[in-house]
Design a protein around this ligand. Structure first.
Ligand code: MN
Length: 749
């Protein structure tokens, strides 16, 4: 029952290459396109001589494969150069022929195509994850440069798959997997539906023979029914379309095995559960007819909701156009109908290759290689790729496809995608930062190369690493072509040199702060450093120093931020301190007001009892000071210090003669006396804060505090209450110790 040979549509090929080639020539003679048959015969003759004696696994001459591949190229509608190249496609790989030889006899285009196919043939695949498969497909496209290389490679693969029966089971499996994962998707991308279906079915046959034959045999059993059904439906539609005077050709088919297989697995059904086995294709002459036919079909059969798709108004990314609908036939069996024009049909069958057909159809002129405009339509096609899985497939496409990318292999067979001009350095860092950082040597295709060696598509790159490596060199930043490699190299310098960078950065920051009159210790305060680190996104002061040391942050910027923060906080504190002083002063004023001005003030005036006493504003004496009294006009006795300027200037003035009188402090004094001080200091951040803080800590009763900045020199006026001169001196000595304060003096005139 399981006679594979009979079940395989293409198995019964003639094995005589001469016969096969004669048939090919006949096909070409009968085709509408004129080709130089002598050139094709010459290619055949050369291939025959070169492959002389070589046999295929089935025992037939190797040449049969070359002719069959050329025959498929004709099926695809490829041009004369492609057919010549198809005949010669294995000569560089399997014989002594060189690119130069081919170029001499058949021109550079054919030589390049054969060379391209050879390169693709040499690529070794191992089964990988999806992402790797996508990279492999890209790599093939990139290596191909000319789309005809891919098309001939697909033809080559198709013939090999058709004749896979004689290969070992292992080879059948691995080639089928490769076909399923690489070549069928490529055919799909290129819109070559027929080739795709066949590649899928042939692969399935080896990958899951049980599944494949189950479906094939069940279909065979159902065939009489299915055929009856298909011919009944075809007839019915045909008659109706004739009545409507619509000219159309109807094809019916059973869906391809792999599509049924996938559906069975996706929906967990057996074949009986899948109704949708038949498909009909109605081909018409014009786009309006497509929609007219669609109307008729929907009138005849009940459409299944949600299954109508209009790929005419919105073509698929691979240029596929048709309208699709699924309807329910008389017996309740659903079937799909595709309606399209002949043009659309060719595109659907042959995809990208159909363009040669059209081009050749236009006056028989062959598509010329080297034509700038050669790629225009390929580009349009590829750029219109919108399927999510293919979204990035052809991005950055240039006239010379993928000119800005290069695909190379790791020794394990992974495909690594790098920017054009990439070097072993880029490769090493693409594998892993650690590989890059420890790289000491590189080889390409087994040969040792320098680090600036430019990698080519398909190169196998190997990196030698050493734990003793001292890390990347700064030059590598100029050699690497990829941003990611450069970033990783910079990261290394950042990390490896951390201690060094911290020290350097710290010094740089200290220097910079010094210009602002700030010390590092001042800004290391948590209140200042933490918010700045947070804002600049560093975790620790060391991180900040390291960044400065490395150059990721300038010392000036960090210093400015820190200084501003310091000033901001100082200002707040200053304001708080001054507010506190002001509040205390106010409170005391209120108390003083309550008590009135009585009991002035511990002063004994010689010869006078209980006279009115007040303290001069100019020198504000306090107990312990050497004092003298001055009899004012109507305002009692004013008390001055003996060292007051006013006294000294006027002591011997005739006008004041007799008015200066001796006064002295009473024995016990409980009051406080208001006095004033002036501080001279170099202005700096937080000076006033420090003064206010000192006064607070001395418990000094400050009445007011005013600062005046005079071009870097500050003068601070303080009024305060003290018990006596000793306390005042103590306060003054403390104030004099505040950094930046150059002088503290009492006001005396
Ligand atoms: Mn081959």
């Amino acid at each position: 029952m399981e006679d594979k040979r009979q079940n395989t549509e293409y198995a019964s090929q003639p094995l005589d290459p001469e016969q096969m080639f004669a048939a090919l020539i006949e096909r070409l003679q009968n085709s509408a396109h004129s080709m130089d048959l002598e050139r094709i015969r010459a290619a055949y003759a050369l291939a025959r001589d070169l492959h002389e004696g070589q046999k295929r696994k089935d025992g037939s001459p190797y040449l049969t494969h070359c002719v069959a591949t050329a025959d498929i190229a004709v099926d695809f509608g490829l041009d004369e150069d492609s057919i010549v190249a198809a005949l010669l496609h294995d000569t560089i790989e399997d014989t002594s022929l060189t690119h130069e030889d081919i170029q001499k006899r058949f021109g550079v285009a054919v030589a390049d195509i054969v060379d391209g196919v050879t390169k693709l043939t040499r690529v070794q695949y191992t089964s990988k994850e999806d992402e790797q498969m996508e990279n492999l497909r890209k790599m093939l496209m990139a290596m191909a440069k000319d789309i005809r290389v891919i098309l001939i490679k697909i033809a080559d693969r198709l013939h090999n798959m058709r004749t896979m029966d004689y290969q070992s089971a292992e080879k059948q499996r691995s080639k089928s997997l490769e076909t399923m994962e690489i070549y069928a998707p490529l055919a799909h991308r290129l819109g070559m539906q027929r080739a795709k279906w066949e590649l899928e079915d042939l692969s399935l046959q080896y990958l899951d023979p049980t599944g494949y034959w189950e479906i094939t045999n069940s279909l065979k059993e159902k065939m009489p029914q299915l055929e009856e059904f298909m011919s009944a439906v075809t007839q019915k539609i045909q008659q109706r379309l004739e009545r409507e005077q619509l000219h159309a050709t109807i094809f019916s088919r059973i869906k391809h095995v792999y599509s049924i297989y996938r559906k069975m697995y996706a929906q967990k059904l057996n074949l009986d559960g899948i109704f949708d086995l038949c498909a009909f294709r109605i081909i018409v002459d014009s786009i309006p007819d497509c929609y007219n036919v669609l109307g008729v079909i929907h009138d005849m059969f009940k459409p299944v909701p949600g299954r109508f798709k209009d790929y005419i108004s919105t073509p698929k990314p691979n240029m596929y156009q048709s309208v699709h609908t699924t309807v329910i036939g008389s017996a309740g069996i659903p079937f799909e109908v595709q309606i399209r024009t002949w043009d659309m049909h060719h595109t659907a069958e042959y995809g990208i290759a159909a363009h040669w057909k059209y081009k050749m159809g236009d006056g028989g002129a062959l598509l010329r290689t080297g034509d700038e405009d050669k790629f225009a339509w390929v580009r349009r096609l590829l750029e219109s790729q919108q399927e999510s899985d293919a979204q990035d497939f052809f991005h950055n496409l240039k006239i010379d496809m993928f000119a800005d990318e290069v695909f190379v292999f790791s020794p394990k067979g992974d495909v690594i995608n790098l920017p054009a001009g990439a070097t072993p350095i880029d490769f090493a860092y693409a594998i892993h930062s650690d590989v890059g950082n420890r790289m000491v040597g590189a080889s390409v295709n087994g040969r040792i190369v320098t680090f600036d060696h430019a990698l080519q598509n398909g190169d196998i790159v190997e990196i030698r690493t050493s734990n003793a490596s001292s890390g990347p060199s700064r030059d590598w930043l100029n050699i690497a072509a990829s941003g990611s490699a450069r970033t990783k190299i910079k990261q290394w310098f950042k990390k490896e040199r951390r201690e060094e960078n911290i020290m350097r950065g710290r010094d740089m920051l200290m220097d910079e702060l010094r210009h602002h009159g700030v010390t590092l210790d001042e800004v290391l305060d948590d209140e200042i450093m933490s918010p700045i680190l947070k804002r600049l996104c560093y975790n620790s002061p060391d991180d900040l120093y390291a960044a400065i040391g490395y150059g990721g942050m300038t010392a000036a910027r960090a210093a400015n931020r820190l200084r501003d923060e310091l000033a901001r906080i100082a200002k707040n504190e200053e304001k708080n301190a001054i507010d506190k002083i002001a509040q205390a002063a106010e409170r005391r004023e209120q108390e003083a007001a309550k008590q009135g001005s009585r009991a002035v003030r511990g002063i004994l005036v010689a010869g006078l009892d209980n006279c009115l006493v007040k303290f001069s504003r100019c020198c504000t004496p306090v107990p312990g000071d050497d004092i003298i009294g001055f009899i004012t006009r109507g305002q009692g006795v004013s008390i001055h210090r003996r060292d007051c300027e006013n006294y000294r200037n006027r002591a011997h003035d005739p006008e004041t003669e007799g008015r200066w009188i001796t006064v002295s402090w009473a024995g016990e004094i409980s009051e406080r006396y208001l006095t004033s001080l002036t501080l001279y200091a170099k202005d700096r951040t937080a000076l006033v804060l420090d003064i206010a803080t000192a006064l607070n800590s001395l418990n000094a009763k400050v009445r007011s505090l005013n600062a005046r900045d005079d071009g870097g020199a500050a003068q601070i006026y303080i009024t305060l209450e003290v018990n006596n001169a000793a306390e005042l001196r103590f306060i003054m000595s403390k104030l004099a110790q505040i950094p930046g304060v150059s002088e503290v003096s009492r006001n005396n005139g």
